[in-house]
Ligand binder design. Structure first.
Ligand code: SF4
Ligand code: SF4
Length: 312
């Protein structure tokens, strides 16, 4: 279905409202971005060690065309899954961007960086860690899209041999001195990235972050604090198996130690989220994800939630 320009702008404004950016982005701002009166943020996106789930999550946004987000409201320079450029065109484009747009683009990294096994992730015969150093080092700010980029995630779990690092660890390791906005979630929620991009478009700065580099707007509270089962938890009405009504703490729920806004913004265009679907939170946005033991049973004595004893 083709949309008129005004219909497309209206749909985009609905997304702006949904992500909580309407207090600083007005409809006139969208018009200004679309018409070029407001400068569109330049965006470069690269994959490190990842499953591409965060890109898929972003591309699945339904309320508005991804093409609109990437072309009307941002100037997307390169994305490995979306851009048509291949081969030496990509190399030339990235080299040129790092040189000519130095300090004038947002660098989005998806996945971690395999530092101890550089050949595990190559692009144009160059290790990804070189690309990450070049593109992060010359950006205005970096965005770690998803838990692997933000905290290492599954790519740094026990037994992994690639020596992968999160983006912020890599930035420190290479002394790049760049701000990193962590958007953990497995996969990243597109709404969080849209918010960061609009914040940057309007103010040319990054949003306020917490000690872990996450936007406070989304990560100030734990899943537990806003959970629909919070009153069940207070009344010690615990579910004993999946599908039973009640708080799922004793089924290994990680809500009390996971900061995220899942009870406000869910996955798949806010269709649902784990707890609402009847499954304990597995802490996918946590800095400790994935734990050695992901879920434990009702009588399991292994410590999984750090301060479990104070809850039971
Ligand atoms: S422990 Fe989990 S299910 Fe129970 S109230 Fe907290 S977040 Fe909700
Ligand atoms: S409820 Fe927990 S596991 Fe599910 S998306 Fe939110 S943080 Fe991740």
């Amino acid at each position: 279905m083709s949309l008129t320009r005004r219909e497309a702008l209206k749909k985009m404004f609905n997304v702006v409202v949904a992500v909580g950016a309407a207090n600083f982005i007005s409809f006139d701002d969208l018009l200004a971005l679309d018409s070029g009166k407001m400068i569109k943020p330049n965006v470069v996106w690269l994959h490190g060690s990842s499953c591409s789930g965060c890109s898929c999550s972003f591309l699945n946004i339904e309320d508005v065309s991804v093409v609109d987000i990437l072309t009307k409201f941002t100037n997307l320079i390169y994305h490995p899954d979306v851009s048509l450029a291949t081969g030496h065109h990509v190399v030339d484009l990235l080299d040129k961007t790092a040189k000519d747009l130095k300090g004038n683009y947002l660098f989005v990294a998806e996945g971690s960086i395999p530092v101890k096994m550089p050949h595990a992730c190559l692009m144009a015969d160059r290790p990804m860690m070189d690309w990450m150093e070049q593109m992060a080092g010359n950006a205005t700010a970096c965005v770690a899209a998803g838990t692997c980029a933000a905290f290492g995630g599954v790519t740094t779990m026990e037994g992994m041999v690639t020596g992968s690092m999160s983006l912020s660890s890599f930035v420190k390791y290479k002394n790049l001195n760049k701000p990193v906005i962590n958007l953990p979630n497995c996969p990243m929620k597109p709404e969080h990235l849209v918010y960061v991009i609009f914040h940057y478009a309007k103010f040319k700065t990054i949003p306020k972050l917490d000690a872990e580099g996450r936007p406070i707007r989304f990560f100030a509270q734990t899943v537990h604090e806003r959970c629909m089962y919070y009153s069940e938890f207070q009344e010690k009405n615990f579910a004993k198996k999946i599908g039973e009504n009640g708080c799922m703490l004793k089924l290994g729920c990680q809500g009390p130690v996971t900061k995220n806004d899942c009870m406000v913004i869910g996955h798949n265009n806010n269709t649902n989220t784990c707890i609402k679907a009847g499954h304990p939170c597995i802490g996918c946005a946590s800095e400790h994800f994935p734990r050695q033991i992901m879920l434990h049973t009702y009588n399991d004595k292994r410590a999984i939630v750090k301060f479990k004893s104070s809850y039971l």
